[in-house]
Design a protein around this ligand. Structure first.
Ligand code: ZN
Length: 264
């Protein structure tokens, strides 16, 4: 029994130190006493890879969610987590629902947005309308400099991301309003019928309102009811069911209220 506890302790330890988020340790192996190896600091023998059949195809355990790599649908980019690699160029398609013009996103996002748009039209008679989507590093740099010129450095950092730190560079974020075209990029969108419907239902289609009200100290941004992040329905459903507001909290990542580096 002591041996089993030691193995479980090692598993917990390894999970907590993992560089990327891992799911809750699931049930222990069916018969842990039969051939439980001695506790080892080696993750390959201590991690619960038996819970994930796909992990057996590679020598190292495969975490369920990759929150570190820019190409991952579950990547978390914030003020402490720049996009990696910084020059990542996602596969992009044109937004196939309502949009302002020239809007590009990852194909997975567009497919989910079609579903969200159809569900919203059926529910409230208004569709989605995308006003901002993928941004290159150069475009993000321009937006950031414009924000500094208009609001000053400190205020700019609460509304605009420095280049390399914007989710929009991943192709997995969109700024939306409804086809009623009310409250473009404005907090009043959160009080519209469409804004309320999106906040309540977007999770069913794999989206989260990435910067919810009251989470500034975690996300580093004030409430943005228009900014949706696609993370896939498995993650958005889990967050909905647990009532978790932010990706940082869901994946057990440190809060990112500000940048580690001073202003460039
Ligand atoms: Zn945005």
């Amino acid at each position: 029994m002591r041996k089993v506890m030691a193995v479980l302790a090692a598993v917990l330890l390894v999970s907590g130190c993992a560089p990327v988020a891992t799911p809750e340790p699931s049930v222990p192996p069916a018969s842990p006493t039969a051939s439980a190896p001695a506790a080892s600091p080696d993750a390959s023998s201590a991690a619960p890879e038996t819970s994930f059949p796909e992990a057996s195809e590679t020598p190292a355990p495969t975490p369920q969610w990759d929150v570190a790599t820019a190409s991952s649908l579950q990547v978390v980019v914030n003020k402490l987590r720049p996009m990696d690699p910084p020059d990542f160029a996602p596969e992009l398609v044109a937004v196939s629902t309502g949009q302002e013009g020239g809007e590009l996103v990852r194909p997975e996002l567009d497919a989910a947005l079609r579903e969200l748009d159809a569900a919203m039209r059926a529910a409230i008679g208004e569709g989605t309308y995308v006003t901002s989507s993928y941004r290159s590093s150069a475009l993000q740099a321009q937006y950031y400099q414009d924000a500094i010129a208009r609001f000053g450095q400190a205020a700019a950092d609460t509304t605009s991301a420095r280049p390399g730190h914007s989710e929009h560079q991943t192709g997995l974020a969109i700024d939306v309003m409804s086809t009623a075209l009310e409250c473009r990029l404005a907090r009043c969108f959160g009080e519209t019928v469409a804004g309320r419907w999106i906040a309540a239902n977007a999770w069913e289609h794999g989206f989260v309102v990435r910067y919810p009200e009251g989470s500034d100290a975690v996300t580093g941004y004030a409430w943005e009811p228009w900014h949706l992040r696609f993370v896939g329905a498995e993650v958005s459903t889990a967050m909905h069911e647990s009532g978790t507001a932010t990706l940082e909290e869901h994946f057990g990542l440190e809060p990112a209220p500000g940048y580690a580096e001073p202003a460039p």
